[in-house]
Design a protein around this ligand. Structure first.
Ligand code: TRP
Length: 333
């Protein structure tokens, strides 16, 4: 049998995950672990590139993220889950790659330029933040991964990774690193409670493992068709974020009934939201249940991650030996 392709992806440790993360990335990870050899990791060093002045939350966020991953079904029997900063070899490869990465490649990286202007209150004119994609390249190629499942926003980083891998191979006359492909996850953008993109920084999220009464309360305050200011005014479901959720969480006949009910003012927004609440809670209940079980057994969770770290380290140690040989920075074997 041909070897299974190797997939790797990471997420910055930002804490609990929301429904946008669930449908945008996690459900896909859960599928992929059954088809490929998968590595998933919490990118806590990447979190530090922007939060170095307020690092207090990063470690807790890391465990929060691990718990959510396990709760939604990432399974250590089927994939390797680890924490970036626990596998120091990433840092060594980052350092070596930084030697060969031309500065202009980094300076023209669109995310570098955007974040500088978009995130206020943080000084991102740092060497570490400029080097963000070099660290990301190290994360990926140290596993000699073939595919990287990411959202569109990460495409420039995967492209840079490909360029860095090619440059390494060319410069040191080796074929050590496969050129990884981005595996774009095509997902319907799930709006946040206010209709904008769901994002932690907008404060418009529903979290995957949130308590039921909180979910109910959030949905009850969700934006609907703004034109439907009274119960008896017909609405347009297509402009309502509530309806976007129905499409994901309710059965096709119920979705059809809701759409029709909205257009004819047969169903009011309050009822529409109550029905959505019921379906969302029912779908998320197993995740919440699983998370509570895991929280009650952190020893087991720590064990899972320690094992993942160890498996990851083993891969990295092997790659780094070949990297040092390729460069010639060690005595020839
Ligand atoms: N930059 C990615 C993000 O913000 C996180 C990340 C770090 C990553 N290293 C990676 C993603 C390697 C894929 C592969 O989401």
């Amino acid at each position: 049998m041909a070897e299974r392709k190797r997939i790797l992806s990471g997420m910055r440790s930002t804490g609990r995950l929301h429904l946008g993360n669930l449908h945008g990335a996690l459900e896909n990870f859960v599928q992929l672990q059954h088809q490929y050899e998968c590595f998933f990791f919490v990118a806590d060093w990447h979190a530090l590139t922007t939060d170095y002045a307020t690092p207090q939350a990063i470690r807790a966020n890391t465990w929060d993220m691990v718990l959510d991953w396990l709760a939604v079904g990432l399974d250590p029997e089927h994939c390797t889950i680890f924490i970036q900063s626990e596998v120091k070899e990433h840092a060594e490869l980052f350092l070596l790659l930084s030697m060969i990465t031309p500065l202009p490649w980094l300076e023209r990286n669109p995310t570098y330029k955007e974040q500088q202007t978009q995130i206020d209150g943080k000084d991102l004119a740092t060497y570490g933040f400029l080097g963000y994609p070099v660290l990301q390249a190290a994360d990926i190629i140290i596993y000699r991964a073939n595919g990287v499942p990411v959202g569109k926003d990460q495409l420039p980083h995967v492209e840079l990774t490909r360029e860095i891998a090619r440059r390494f191979n060319f410069m040191y006359q080796t074929e050590l690193f496969p050129i990884p492909d981005a595996l774009l996850t095509e997902v319907p953008v799930l709006p946040g409670l206010d209709g904008r993109k769901m994002s932690k920084s907008y404060g418009n999220c529903i979290y995957i493992t949130e308590a039921e009464d909180v979910i109910a309360d959030k949905i009850s305050k969700m934006m609907t068709d703004p034109a439907r200011i009274k119960r008896d005014i017909p609405g347009n479901p297509e402009v309502s974020p509530v309806f976007a959720y129905h499409k994901l969480y309710s059965s096709p006949p119920e979705v059809a009934e809701i759409a029709e009910g909205c257009r004819t003012a047969k169903i009011g927004c309050v009822e529409c939201k109550k029905r959505l609440t019921k379906n969302v809670i029912a779908r998320l209940a197993p995740y919440r249940q699983k998370r509570l079980e895991l929280e009650a057994d952190m020893k087991k969770v720590r064990g899972i991650i320690e094992e993942g770290n160890e498996r990851a380290r083993r891969e990295c140690i092997a790659t780094m030996e070949l990297v040092r040989q390729a460069i010639g920075i060690v005595d020839r074997k």
